[in-house]
Design a protein around this ligand. Sequence first.
Ligand SMILES: Cc1cc2nc3c(=O)[nH]c(=O)nc-3n(C[C@H](O)[C@H](O)[C@H](O)COP(=O)(O)O)c2cc1C
Length: 322
Amino acid sequence: MLTIHSSPLQGFTDFRFRNAFQQYFGGIDQYIAPYIRVNGKLEIKPGNERDILPANNRSLDLIPQIITKDADEFLFVAKFVQKLGYSELNWNLGCPYPMIAKKGMGSGLLSMPEKIDEILTMICGETDIQISVKMRLGYESSQEIFHVLPVLEKYRLSNITIHPRIGKQLYKGEVDLKAFDECLRQTSHKIFYNGDITSIQNFREMKERFPSINNWMIGRGLIADPFLPAMIKADNPVYPKNRYEVFNSFHDALFSSYEEALSGRKHLLMKMYSFWEFFIQSFPLSSKYLKKIKKAQNLSVYIEVVKQIIYNESVNSAPRFP
Ligand SMILES: Cc1cc2nc3c(=O)[nH]c(=O)nc-3n(C[C@H](O)[C@H](O)[C@H](O)COP(=O)(O)O)c2cc1C
């Protein structure tokens, strides 16, 4: 069965976003929470705890994620999430940001397969939590993964998500589909594909190229076009008739949820602007309005610009047919 997974985006896909998304769009089988980083202190930050509390995620299936290069930290977080009722923890071996990677975490750990081996041996010996891995091809080189996959082969993992870029690329350049294909040959684990799925057309091309892949993880693409997961699941490229009303209601729910949580209009406006940098991709006739959102100094101006964008698009866009 084809499943769609929401890829974690720190600063975007928190429980407020997930709940609003789930209510208005759906199409997601499972969400991965943005990573928990404990930083040696063996303490969970209140924001991380709030994000994964079952009470804040009632309507969705969530997997917490950890970023670490330390087995004790891993165990500590594993026990913490187990106590909350989770049976799986995802290990981030993909984060490309130099501040993380240079410390040997995220994609920075991919050049140290023996360290990955050591951590997994200890974890698997001391906890029965299921582990899944989300990784890139490497940090410096796309060959690194071919030394990591044989190590992962020794352990019982729920799945491995591969984003076929190297850390040094950040999000630039192409995904390396040839290397991804080679990875499929080098592992017996269940592989999820992640990277640059932004439309139903490009999903169909990917599905055709990798027919054995049933699990697809989407990050930026589902913020830019929140209808995408449901359209992929229905294999239907036509937007619902009430597309803009649905988006409007989703936007208002997201706005209210952050209004409740953030202190002051400045923070709220900045938060909403960061979402609009993605949303605007679904409003091609209104790209010039993004600047107006950036410049908005008060909430009434912001709300007026959003109204204009949605009105403009709903009146002027031609219906889309396959
Ligand atoms: C702003 C931002 C924050 C991210 N935060 C995380 C994170 O917390 N954990 C993680 O595994 N990946 C994180 N990612 C990577 C995404 O989950 C995803 O792997 C990447 O964007 C590629 O998929 P996409 O092309 O579908 O977006 C982040 C990416 C971005 C752009």
